[in-house]
Design a protein around this ligand. Structure first.
Ligand SMILES: Nc1nc2c(c(=O)[nH]1)N[C@H]1C(S)=C(S)[C@@H](COP(=O)(O)OP(=O)(O)OC[C@H]3O[C@@H](n4cnc5c(N)ncnc54)[C@H](O)[C@@H]3O)O[C@H]1N2
Ligand code: MOO
Length: 394
């Protein structure tokens, strides 16, 4: 039995981040990890432009009455050159014409007629003037290899005309739900059987992290069939996650199957409550991870061990824990770290967390319904009202 942090460590030391890359349209790149440094190929903005609707002119005027010699809208250009005491009516975003070096807002002029204005403010050169490349100059490093693509970075890429980028390929993950008792949702529930909820929870958990499982299958508690399914799935995945069959029962065959197939066992059982029943092996640089069949227990291990591992293998690092003020009481001491279903909420600009399952019954799915986090109770401790607690964002 090892600590959660050591479980993560031992997996990381036996597996490398996935190096495969692919080139994709930026529209599909949200939350992907860039596999390249990206430099700006152009200046942004690509030309000197006006920040206001107004009039562009040379600030070195020698009178405040100016002749209006033309008008430019955004997207258009003024072909001539402005002379002193001449101006051009200009709209926000339009290219500032040659000869002009400032823009006066429309509100700051008196219009005499179509061809004449009086400027009511003294502007200096480059007042109200946006320079070419002022936002992002050409050759600027905008995204580093390893950066997670955000919608802001997608916006910047688009503004620079970059349509495709190279990213690390998604991890290929397979799900294998084990158990003779589990049934498909469209079957009639037989006596002694249950519907397979783990598959749906796990699939959704992966989707939430932008990972579409490549294979989803189920298998009864029969060692040969189990081994053969695992073997087949492994051909196409980087990580295989199983649920069920990892404890000490006669039909808890998953650790045995991993071993029989030649997997190197990294651990069996971790110090977490619930979730202690789980196992991990590596085989051909792939991770075989056996989660417990119990839905909350498997969620604890998924969020606290698998997420950091998945993030690591995806070149990310975002195991999120924060501190919040605990509301309520929890008096059960345990010899190992415990994880409670919780709900974070804010009140008067403070972050609070409360339990969603007063009984902390590990098998209860209901308690997970309104949960948005897990509350960590360190071994040997209890929780008191208003104390600060560590919370894992899920
Ligand atoms: N003698 C002992 N018995 C058990 C121990 C122990 O230490 N000694 N540990 C208990 C704990 S804690 C847990 S957790 C479970 C872990 O069991 P497994 O991981 O082997 O999982 P199963 O036995 O296959 O299933 C547990 C539970 O979850 C239900 N289940 C299974 N698959 C699904 C699914 N796809 N969807 C919904 N529910 C599922 C299954 O029917 C069981 O009720 O072992 C304890 N026993
Ligand atoms: O070990 Mo079980 O996995 O506590 O719920």
């Amino acid at each position: 039995m090892i600590e959660v942090k050591d479980a993560i460590k031992v997996i990381k030391s036996n597996l490398k981040p996935k190096e495969d890359t692919k080139t994709i349209d930026i529209i599909n790149s949200i939350n992907m990890v860039s596999a390249q440094d990206i430099y700006s190929p152009i200046d942004n903005p690509p030309f000197d432009r006006s920040p206001y609707d107004g009039y562009a002119y040379d600030a070195n005027i020698n009178r405040n009455e100016l002749t209006v010699v033309g008008e430019i809208y955004a997207g258009e250009i003024f072909k001539g050159v402005l002379h002193r005491n001449e101006s051009v009516k200009i709209m926000t975003g339009a290219k500032i014409p040659n000869g002009a070096n400032c823009v006066i807002k429309k509100e700051d002029v008196s219009v005499i007629n179509e061809n004449k204005i009086i400027v009511n403010k003294n502007l200096k050169m480059y007042d109200n003037y946006i320079f070419k490349g002022e936002d992002i100059p050409k050759n600027q490093l905008i995204i580093r290899k390893g950066d997670i693509i955000s919608y802001e970075s997608i916006g910047i890429l688009a503004s620079l005309g970059i349509k495709e980028i190279s990213v690390y390929d998604n991890l290929k993950i397979g799900i294998l739900n084990t158990g003779t008792e589990i049934q498909e949702l469209d079957e009639i529930l037989e006596d002694g059987k249950i519907f397979d909820s783990n598959r749906y929870i796990l699939h959704s958990r992966l989707l939430k992290r932008n990972i579409e499982p490549v294979i989803i299958d189920k298998v009864e508690d029969e060692i040969e069939e189990l081994e053969s399914k695992i073997k087949n799935i492994l051909k196409n995945v980087d990580i295989l996650i199983t649920t069920g069959g990892v404890s000490v029962g006669d039909k808890d065959l998953v650790p045995k199957a991993f071993k029989n197939l030649g997997g190197k066992e990294l651990f069996w059982k971790v110090k977490a409550k619930p979730g202690g029943a789980c196992c991990a092996s590596v085989l051909d640089e792939k991770l075989l991870f056996g989660l417990s069949g119990s839905p909350h227990a498997s969620g604890v291990v998924y969020e606290n061990i698998l997420v950091p591992v998945i993030e690591y293998m995806s070149h990310k690092d975002s195991y999120n824990t924060i501190k919040a003020i605990f509301k309520g009481n929890f008096n059960k001491k345990a010899k190992i770290d415990r994880y409670l279903n919780g709900r974070l909420y804010t009140e008067d600009a403070k972050l609070y967390v409360e339990m969603t399952d007063k009984k902390d019954a590990k098998a209860r799915l209901w308690a997970t319904l309104n949960s948005n986090c897990m509350i960590k109770v360190k071994k040997g401790s209890i929780l008191e009202d208003d104390q600060l607690v560590e919370v894992v964002i899920i």
